[in-house]
Design a binder for this molecule. Structure first.
Ligand SMILES: NC(=O)c1ccc[n+]([C@@H]2O[C@H](COP(=O)([O-])OP(=O)(O)OC[C@H]3O[C@@H](n4cnc5c(N)ncnc54)[C@H](O)[C@@H]3O)[C@@H](O)[C@H]2O)c1
Length: 362
């Protein structure tokens, strides 16, 4: 697999040869005489950095900025450490930051680069499945603040994105499943045959994920190209995310942390239920979606008493309009409609449905 996708003036290069294309960048006129920095987290420093260094010309200095791993470190404090490192090493406006890691690294690295000296170039090299199919693409950068996810950030596009599936060899299974949830989402929101391929399958049923990655990258790139700042069709990418983000925050707060993707998978069950109530998604489609997701994910317990707190979290979602919770919902697999305002009663009903589903499946 080798694919090159041009997104406005930015490039996405996906496939086993992508790092060779990355290597060629150092000889290109655009990057001559510029200083490079590499941002890693503690895991990608150990497991991915050496693989990347083979593609950096010998003698080229690339100071490494290492940050602690994990969502809890996607903070202003970590961004400050990056800025401290860059100033200490005299990074100038021509410098380039290479973000080598999962979504946390590319989100915070993109943000730090975009604010440093009013913006320096950055390049994303995602190493997690979540990063490859979603986080590294599309120019959303930022950090969490005051307990709220992604609340401080900017839209800023990387110069280019190199997607090398070989990095996934060391990714823990739970993290693979996390990224897989976003692939399921692409299959459900975009008109293509992907849902027919993924329906009722487990992630382990696929010998390789390379084709699914290429498909996902293409779908995300096309959508972002049409609507880079999320005023229209890009909102369809939020399917599953209103409930998913609320569940993720709730479980984190109650020390039952789960991956971002597992939370989104739970969110897709709730929002598919809403789709059946509001958009007449058929019972058969709802059943297929639930079966597929239940085959791949399990979640910490959720009780009916937890519903008011979840509703409270959703009422603070940044996508809301006029104090109403705003979702992107399915009309059928492959057709998604955005800006659907949901009455509070239906939010409760969808959470009750999820709780009952999980009880019945035990
Ligand atoms: N900007 C966007 O459009 C966008 C989209 C989706 C998600 N996100 C954000 O991305 C984050 C989630 O991304 P993530 O799941 O990649 O999180 P992550 O960056 O925390 O990576 C998950 C874990 O895998 C480790 N890891 C990464 N690559 C590895 C490899 N090759 N081998 C071994 N370990 C590896 C990381 O160190 C980390 O421990 C969230 O903060 C989410 O908000 C952003």
């Amino acid at each position: 697999m080798y694919k090159q996708i041009k997104l406005q003036e930015h490039h996405i290069i996906a496939g086993i040869d992508s790092l060779s294309v990355f290597q060629a960048l150092f000889d290109s006129g655009d990057y001559e005489n510029r200083s490079f920095f590499i941002l890693v987290d503690e895991n990608t420093e150990k497991l991915c950095l050496n693989k990347l260094k083979q593609y950096i010309p010998a003698g080229k200095k690339t100071p490494v900025i290492s940050i602690p791993a994990g969502e809890q470190n996607k903070t202003m404090e970590t961004a400050e450490k990056i800025w401290q490192f860059l100033t200490l090493h005299h990074a100038d406006r021509g410098s380039v930051l290479i973000n080598l890691g999962g979504g946390v690294t590319t989100d915070i690295g993109g943000f730090a680069a975009s604010a440093y000296k009013r913006g320096i170039s950055f390049i994303n090299i995602p190493t997690s499945l979540m990063g490859m199919v979603d986080a590294a693409i599309g120019g959303k950068t930022g950090v969490n603040f005051n307990g709220l996810k992604n609340i401080v950030g900017v839209f800023s596009q990387p110069d280019s994105i190199y997607i090398f599936p070989g990095f996934l060899e060391t990714l823990p299974e739970q993290e693979l499943k996390s990224g897989y949830a976003e692939i399921v989402k692409y299959a459900l929101i975009n008109e293509n045959n992907l849902w027919e391929v993924m329906k009722n399958k487990r992630i382990n049923d696929f010998d390789t994920l390379e084709d699914l990655i290429a498909f996902s990258v293409l779908i995300k790139a096309e959508i972002v190209e049409q609507d880079p700042e999320e005023v229209g069709i890009r909102k369809t990418l939020n399917f599953g995310h209103t409930f998913g983000h609320a569940l993720e925050s709730f479980w984190h707060k109650n020390e039952r942390a789960i991956s971002h993707g597992a939370a989104i998978a739970a969110g897709m069950i709730c929002e598919s239920y809403l789709s059946s109530k509001i958009n007449n998604l058929t019972d058969e489609a709802l059943k297929d979606i639930q079966t597929t997701i239940n085959k791949n994910y399990s979640w910490p317990s959720l009780r009916k008493e937890d519903i008011p707190e979840l509703i409270h979290i959703m009422l603070n979602d940044k996508k809301n309009q006029n104090a109403k919770v705003n979702c992107s919902l399915l009309e059928e697999p492959g057709q998604c409609r955005y800006d659907q305002l949901i009455p509070e009663e239906l939010l409760k009903e969808a959470l009750n449905h999820f709780i009952n589903e999980q009880t019945n499946n035990q």
